[in-house]
Design a protein around this ligand. Structure first.
Ligand code: AMP
Ligand code: GLY
Length: 422
């Protein structure tokens, strides 16, 4: 089968790497891809949001399956467009992708289905939001309701900070339209976990757990990013807790989406806070997480293309997921300045030396090819991922690989996976 994968990040390199190992795959195209995906298939120079051009290409190239990686094309209706053209699409349609694209919609689904999450209110008027935040003397979390590349959340210990955040989102409009509605919610305490599941509309098949590292600085300090590293599995998610997460969160979410006439198909990602009172949903994503996908797919032994087809055909109950027991750790190397504006075009060296290490894969994200060199082209540049007999060994190996890679201004957190080691 010929497959078109849409996207250009580290997640897409990981998906391309895994799909390229499938026995069922005849040819893999990636649009627009990056220099890493070019090692797994053929990059096609079409932006991931140009849905019309993507469908036209897919028709001409006899594509049997379109795999839509990022949230932007999903929430713009890419899956709907492929299906209208008679091409199978992996990923939720526009209506179901609201679970990520509109946090107010997600809160409504959670409320209607008694899914545990933080208490919250949503506002479209800054004055109303300000009055509400000012009336509270507890820490608050302020969220832009729309898509903001993982940067739209402000965890504020003081109401005054919360008001400033609401002002940035609603008045300065730092996230544009994504800030038309703001959610103000209670701050939750605990460890976070990312739970991803394949969903075919009816059945759910949960993947191995993972944990992301959202803030830029060691010890979870500084502003939020798209994610600075991840590991899988997350030992805090015991089998018992996983059962509870499936029962209290994933199943009611899928049932609730069906009752709402927005059935869900694809990967459902629940970002959770594991509070003393049990797991609570922080957010849903309508796709694989980035960087969680890198360690998760490095551990997946089953044929990803078979699983994706089973999802599209409503036959998830016919597949089984096999996992490498060894944990995996992914360390993101970012450009200086990220998550603010950052310099691009810096030459990256040492990629081959790093990739030569056993059980290491260097996933590309914000990279580009310039003549014979690979250069930086974005905030998150690489996801250096390693398997190890233990999390500690995987961490050591990932950082050893990081040590071989150089570019001006390179930054990474030094404490990825430490929470699992405590
Ligand atoms: P989100 O994009 O909604 O997952 O939020 C990004 C990050 O902000 C999460 O990974 C958490 O670290 C933090 N966060 C979001 N909501 C809350 C909350 N209610 N309480 C505490 N931290 C939160
Ligand atoms: N790692 C968080 C996300 O993919 O949104």
């Amino acid at each position: 089968m010929k497959v078109l994968l849409i996207g250009s990040g580290g997640r897409e390199h990981a998906i391309a790497w895994k799909l390229s190992q499938s026995k069922k795959l005849r040819k893999l195209y990636i649009a627009p891809g990056n220099p890493g995906t070019a090692q797994c298939g053929e990059n096609v120079d079409i932006p991931d949001t140009d849905i019309e051009a993507l469908v036209k290409f897919a028709r001409g190239a006899d594509i049997g399956l379109a795999v839509i990686g990022p949230e932007d094309p999903l929430s713009a209706g890419a899956a709907d467009a492929f299906e209208a053209a008679g091409i199978k699409a992996f990923g939720p349609n526009r209506a179901a992708a609201q679970l990520e694209a509109d946090k107010a919609f997600a809160k409504d689904i959670m409320r209607a289905n008694s899914i545990p999450t933080a208490e919250s209110r949503s506002f479209t008027s800054f004055e109303d939001a300000r009055a509400y935040i000012a009336s509270r003397d507890e820490p608050v979390v302020i969220k832009a309701a729309g898509l903001a590349k993982g940067k739209g959340v402000f965890v504020c210990d003081e109401p005054s900070e919360g008001i400033l955040a609401a002002e940035k989102i609603m008045k300065d409009r730092i996230f544009g339209e994504a800030g038309n509605t703001v959610i103000v919610e209670d701050k939750l305490l605990g460890q976070e976990a990312s739970i991803l599941a394949f969903v075919d509309g009816r059945s759910i098949y949960v993947m191995e757990s993972a944990q992301d590292h959202k803030p830029i600085g060691d010890g979870d300090t500084g502003p939020n990013t798209g994610g600075m590293g991840a590991y899988s599995p997350a030992p805090v998610v015991t089998d018992k807790l996983m059962d509870q997460i499936v029962r209290e969160i994933l199943v009611p979410t899928i049932d609730g989406m069906n009752r709402n006439d927005t059935p869900y198909r694809g990967v459902l990602y629940a970002g959770l806070m594991l509070t003393q009172g049990g797991p609570r949903v922080l957010e849903y994503n309508c796709r694989f997480g980035d960087p969680e996908t890198q360690p998760i797919l490095m551990r997946l032994k089953s044929d990803l293309l078979e699983v994706m087809l089973a999802v599209c055909n409503g036959k998830l109950d016919t597949v089984t997921l096999q996992w490498d027991k060894r944990p995996a750790v992914c360390v993101v190397m970012s450009s200086g300045g990220y998550p603010g504006s950052c310099q691009k075009g810096k030459v990256i060296t040492g990629l081959d030396e790093a990739a030569k290490l056993k059980d290491v894969v260097v996933f590309h994200a914000g990279t580009a090819r310039r003549d014979d060199a690979i250069v930086t082209s974005g905030g998150r540049v690489l996801g250096v991922t390693a398997l190890g007999e233990t999390i500690a060994a995987a961490k050591l190996c990932a950082y050893e690989a990081v040590g071989k890679i150089h570019f001006e201004g390179a930054y990474c957190r030094k404490d990825i996976a430490d929470k699992a080691l405590k």
